[in-house]
Write a protein that binds this ligand. Structure first.
Ligand SMILES: [Zn+2]
Length: 223
């Protein structure tokens, strides 16, 4: 089994709010939602993504939803006196897979994407709705979850929306081709090819988009 990751900030002038996690039984991509002013938090989105990632690893012995709920609750405690009722309080989209015995479990909250290439074909899991993990574990009611027998899994990719746009916005590849590219050249090659297209359309004329380049992160696993 082999796991590779690639991550690149959307802008050279700001640090990325994406986080990639490669744990003993858990792979995940977290994408901190762009910080808004007056969000009631003295820590910031990068801090939030760091804490949520660390707590997720600490709870990796639990199932995906339970682990994320525990991570949200623990991170909530770490905020201290911040105003967590503020609607712009830091939050993140999450895509994760977990290996438990002979089963692969996945969870997607928000517009992260999990792609599973298995014996039954390709399964692409993502939710364009604006659901995120913030200060309230109740958000997990919106999570997309499922499981696949591990023996049927060939490859898995987890992508932040800034990376998945190579397929679902620019259409550079379909998902099958994207996985082939990652298998052959590594996930960094997908990000490289996407950045080249973004640079050719810096004004967002051919592909209208809010962020010309977004933080892009991929965790890729094959057997
Ligand atoms: Zn805070």
């Amino acid at each position: 089994m082999r796991t590779q990751m690639a991550t690149e900030a959307g802008r050279s002038t700001a640090s990325s709010d994406d986080r990639a996690l490669v744990g003993p039984n858990l792979l995940a991509v977290l994408d901190g939602v762009t910080e808004k002013p007056d969000n009631g938090c003295e820590h910031g989105v990068g801090w939030f993504a760091d804490q949520l990632a660390a707590e997720l690893l600490r709870s990796a012995h639990l199932g995906p939803a339970e682990a994320l709920a525990a991570a949200i609750e623990q991170t909530r405690q770490l905020h201290g006196g911040c105003d967590l009722e503020n609607p712009d309080s830091p939050s993140a989209t999450v895509g994760l897979v977990q290996f438990q015995g002979d089963v692969l479990r996945y969870l997607v909250l928000g517009d992260a994407t999990v792609v599973i290439d298995g014996k039954r074909g390709l399964e692409v899991v993502s939710d364009p709705a604006k659901h995120t993990a913030g200060a309230d574990p109740a958000a997990l009611g919106h999570a997309l979850t499922g499981e696949v027998p591990l023996a049927e899994v060939r490859r898995v990719a987890i992508l932040s929306d800034g990376a998945a746009r190579a397929v679902d916005l620019f259409g550079l590849f379909d998902w099958g081709q994207a996985l082939e590219l990652m298998a052959a050249n590594g996930p960094d090659d997908l990000i490289r090819k996407m950045r080249a297209v973004e640079k050719e359309d810096v004004k967002g004329v051919d592909w209208p988009r809010e962020k010309i380049s977004d933080d892009a992160t991929i965790v890729y696993f094959d057997r």
